[in-house]
Each structure stands twice: as C-alpha cells, then as structure tokens.
Design a protein around this ligand. Sequence first.
Ligand code: AMP
Length: 221
Amino acid sequence: MIIVLLGAPGAGKGTLATAIKDQLDIHHISTGDLIRAEIKGGTAIGLEIKRFVESGGLVPDEVVTRMIEGKVSATASDGKGYMFDGFPRTSAQAVDLDKVLAKNKLAIDVALYMEASLDVVLLRLTGRRVCRACGALYHLKNMPPKKAGICDKCGGEIYQRTDDNEETIKKRMTVYNESTKPIVDHYKAQGKLQTVNADTGAEHVKAAFLKILAVSHVKKA
Ligand code: AMP
C-alpha cells in the first residue's frame, strides 16, 4: 500500500502516520524529519538547506526528491509500502514521486487530504512540542507530557521547533496555500484523492482513514 498524506502544517499528518504505521506495517517517510536530521547532523546538505526551513520556505525540489529516491530505492524490495508525510509539497514533486515509484514498479494507492481550518492548525502549531531524541509529538494543552519538558516515551528533552513560531508559521501557511494545496488536483485527476475532516482530532481521523483503506481494499479485490 502506498499512501500520500496531504494537508497544511498542523493538519496532523505526522500524528496520523505515527499512530498507524505499525498497524499497517508500512514505511513512514517524513521529509521534514529527514531534513531536520540533515540539519542536526551538520551535513553538507543540512548546511545548504537550513535557511529554507528556518524562514518557513521550501527546500529546493531536486534536493528533497533525491532524498526520497534514495529511501525508496533502498527499501522497495521489502514490499512493505510507504506512507509519505510532507512530500510531495509542489506539483513538480508530485510528478517526481510518480516517476520514482514507477522506476521501482510501484504506484500510489491513496492520497489522503487532511482538510483542516486555519484557526485549528494555528492552535496546534503554536502549542506543538517535540521530543529531541525520539521525535514523539506533544501539545502543551491537548497532549502534554506527564512531566513538563520530558518525553513520556524515552525521557528525552522536549523542545519547540524553531519554525513553530508565529511569524514562520504564517509564511509556511502562505507557502502551503500557494505551492502545496494545488497538488490536491493532481491526485483528484488520478482518481486517488480521499478527504477527511482533520479538525476533529487524532482518534477520529485515524478511524476515518482506516475505514477509507478498508473500502479501497474491497474495491480492489
Ligand atoms: P514539516 O516537518 O513537514 O512541517 O517540514 C518542515 C520544513 O521542512 C518545511 O517548512 C520545509 O522548509 C521543509 N520541507 C519538508 N518537506 C518538504 C518538501 N517536500 N519540500 C520542500 N521542503 C520541505
């Protein structure tokens, strides 16, 4: 099964992917996580792309597509499938993803559009906190850790992403509306688009998505 998760920053793509990746036994590929790992590791690519992330802009298409290509070609033979989170983010990336998958004799099954309203995503992003060690997600109000500042899962330090400040969030929303939202049409044209209301909270979104997957399996059988 190959899934693309689409939606604004804060729509809950990472939360959904984390909640279902083990159940589906699927690779979760988050370009945001891959990019942050390059930056944290101080690699040549990391140094080159840091400024795009910190300003709320997009990392150039060819850099991100190369990362995805590397991940897919290294793992395609295990047959586990993929859940892409935060990729594609531009029309060019959507076309590139189709090509990378086709090279590996694969194709997208479902593109899930997680439709969320602006006030909801702003509240989620400004309150979002992340574990520096294991990447577990928290929210100051909706899902606080048991002990302030400490990850429940691994004891790591919880921090606020540098791009989760109000000014950068505004820029990211503009970039999303201009560059990413239009690719919904790419998947609509391919007959692969499914939509869920992502304002409703993690449990509801997960249940709605699992229902969609069950139905699309039935249709394919
Ligand atoms: P995310 O964790 O998905 O919110 O991504 C954080 C930041 O990483 C974004 O604001 C972009 O600067 C960069 N980024 C993540 N995915 C992509 C992508 N597919 N294309 C370009 N930039 C990306």
